[in-house]
Design a protein around this ligand. Structure first.
Ligand SMILES: Nc1ncnc2c1ncn2[C@@H]1O[C@H](COP(=O)(O)OP(=O)(O)O)[C@@H](O)[C@H]1O
Ligand SMILES: [Mg+2]
Length: 363
């Protein structure tokens, strides 16, 4: 398996920069995810690694060897796309083994590798079927099987689950995670789905407009986003970003003063506030870090809507013109129109500069 290095990789189409000086090391046997909204340059990045696109600038190395001039077929990587591109006239067995046959491997070796992949993917009983007789999830597994039999230096997957319905996607996500743990491969995974990136990755790379925003382990990035874009992108429902001004109260404590409310800042954030008195800021608080209480505690909020999800309730409230979303136990009994208090967990607050969106406090 392999370490992959992107060294100041840029890609321009015409005058349009779609990947902007991306530097990144994918560690050996790591599952690294490129995640970001549609059009942010994820597929272009993966395609450059695969050799399907040439970088405009920069170097890509696999296992210490610069591969810019190495043709795709000689890079020893296996790619799985959103569209499975199976051969309709071939059986599952022949689809999975096709790449090996082309490379001239003997029948016994091919059979052995195909059977092993089929066993790992739980599709052994389907080997004699044709793609049209398979469900979407089964077809996706066949495409994965084809990649697995190759025994490549790295697996590249571009939105492999986005053709599947929501329930199957969640199931395949867990299966992929377990599969790649067993295979111990280096995997570069592309998705626009933050939940997929959070659950699958050893590390994830959040991209926006061709630029890397943040690289880290999922919970590291979730808990310490460097800017409001990353903070909003990860997590569902999204983080609340409450606008206000950084002010010192008569007591000497620093707070964020908003329209009709004031939130005291913990010492960690007070230092940042003291460095920027009067600045317009956004206080970030995730829905799960809000507790509900009587209106005399926390921020006084009117409940606009309660969404019962079964496992939890999503509470939409507002104070002044600010919308706040909290997720609470399904046993909570607040109804629409109720006057309540929302209390923010001080240990879990984030502070961002309103103008730039950058985090104001390091941890
Ligand atoms: N061959 C191409 N020619 C011109 N523009 C392209 C080409 N391929 C991709 N792009 C543009 O590059 C940007 C990034 O595309 P892509 O890497 O596919 O994004 P993502 O996979 O993150 O959705 C988009 O604005 C897209 O329109
Ligand atoms: Mg894409």
């Amino acid at each position: 398996m392999a370490e992959i290095v992107f060294d100041r990789i840029s890609k321009r189409f015409g005058g349009h920069t779609v990947v902007d000086s991306l530097s990144l090391t994918v560690h050996d046997r790591e599952l690294l995810t490129l995640v970001g909204p549609s059009g942010c340059g994820k597929s272009t990045t993966l395609n450059m690694l695969a050799g399907l696109e040439d970088p405009t600038e920069g170097l890509i190395s696999i296992d210490g060897r610069v591969v810019n001039a190495v043709p795709s077929g000689a890079r020893d990587i296996a790619m799985v796309f959103q569209s499975y591109a199976l051969y309709p006239h071939m059986t599952v067995r022949d689809n999975i083994g096709f790449g090996l046959k082309v490379r001239g491997l003997d029948r016994a070796t091919i059979d052995q590798r195909v059977n092993e992949a089929a066993r790992m993917l739980d599709i052994a009983p389907l080997l004699d079927r044709r793609p049209k007789d398979l469900s979407g999830g089964q077809r996706q597994r066949v495409a994965l099987g084809r990649a697995l039999t190759r025994n490549p230096k790295a697996f590249l997957l571009d939105e492999p689950l986005s053709n599947l319905d929501a329930q199957l996607r969640t199931q395949m996500r867990a299966e992929l995670k377990m599969l790649f743990e067993r295979v111990e491969g280096t995997v570069v995974y592309v998705t626009h789905d933050q939940a997929e990136a959070m659950t699958l990755s050893d590390r994830l790379v959040v991209m926006r407009d061709g630029k890397v925003q943040q690289i880290g382990a999922p919970l590291e990035v979730y808990n310490h986003p460097v800017n409001t874009f990353v903070a909003r992108f990860l997590g569902s429902p999204s983080i609340n970003l409450v606008p206000g001004v950084l002010e010192r109260a008569d007591s000497g404590d620093w707070s964020l003063a908003g329209e009709g409310f004031r939130v005291a800042l913990p010492p960690r954030l007070a230092d940042a506030a003291a460095a920027a008195p009067g600045r317009e800021a956004l206080l970030g608080v995730r829905p799960e870090d809000i507790t509900l209480s009587s209106p005399d505690h926390g921020i006084p909020v009117r409940v606009d809507l309660v969404e019962p999800m079964g496992s939890l309730n999503v509470i939409y409230g507002s104070v002044g013109g600010v919308r706040l979303v909290a997720t609470v136990s399904p046993n909570s009994t607040f109804g629409t129109g109720a006057a309540i208090g929302m209390a923010f967990d001080p240990e879990r607050l984030h502070l961002f500069d309103a103008a730039s969106g950058s985090a104001l406090a390091a941890r």
